[in-house]
Design a binder for this molecule. Sequence first.
Ligand SMILES: Nc1ncnc2c1ncn2[C@@H]1O[C@H](COP(=O)(O)OP(=O)(O)OP(=O)(O)O)[C@@H](O)[C@H]1O
Ligand SMILES: [Mg+2]
Length: 304
Amino acid sequence: MLKVEGLTVRAGTVELVSDVSFGIAPGERVGLIGESGSGKSLTALSLMGLLPEGVTASGRARLGERDLVGVPESRMKRLRGGELSMVFQEPMTALNPLMRIGAQVAEVLTLHGRPRQEARERSVELLERVRLPGPAQIARAYPHQLSGGQRQRVMLAIALANGPGLLICDEPTTALDVTVQKQMLGLIAEVAPALLFITHDLAVVASLCERVLVMYGGRVVESGPLREVFTRPRHRYTQGLLAASRLTPRGTRLPIIPGAVPAAGHFPGGCVFRDRCPHATPACATTPALTGDGHAHACWHPAD
Ligand SMILES: Nc1ncnc2c1ncn2[C@@H]1O[C@H](COP(=O)(O)OP(=O)(O)OP(=O)(O)O)[C@@H](O)[C@H]1O
Ligand SMILES: [Mg+2]
């Protein structure tokens, strides 16, 4: 379905994402995790052709037969909201405050060639599909009249409107309270064709995804089946990340990864994690490749 090979994202000469490769099979749900600043959002945005001004992507990414990198904006416009959709963290900034909900859902349908009347009817069906109560009333409402959870469901309806092959979600539930978050995740699991799900929250990934990619310093440092990676992490960064998120008994010290994530462009050469890694040796000055099929890691001194 999706095949990414050697994706690299730069702002000027600074590499923000380096040589990222992964695939997503039809129907597969893949989690993308890693600390703040690891390059998760830029990876997703480069697939959508939505990188900020001055930031460029190179490498290859294909969705089915279609290229996603280095493609003219006119072609990406047809893909976005069509075969490829994304749900962002903050629905209030993504919705137009002056337009009724129904019109905003209908717009993405007419943009992709549906007749207006059909689009209007279909938009109510879509609001129903994301389990909004009273979809006809919701269609007539403005964004400010909805709760955060309802707005996020509207964003999901818009993302699903044209039957995308792949749905990308970037922290879609972070701003929601826990119960609403649970419902939203259940809904995403149910409706997503294939899913790339970005989050900090390892518990969310564990409940939603079959496979996981761990990013650090703009690189994928480990990838594999969720259970494998979470129970037998090989990369020292993944180990630290899991340990730091685990609930520890009262009175024991929370294990943490020493140091802080450097700013973009300030990661060490070779293994990007080596200046924070308790196991680093001079060998780590050479960049480790992501190796191993199935459960892969990019580390010279993996656990196991
Ligand atoms: N427009 C830009 N110009 C320069 N650097 C940028 C730009 N956008 C992001 N960066 C840098 O690229 C790195 C990766 O950013 P990205 O937003 O992909 O991280 P992230 O993994 O999504 O983090 P978070 O979990 O906080 O959302 C960061 O160091 C960020 O500061
Ligand atoms: Mg992000």
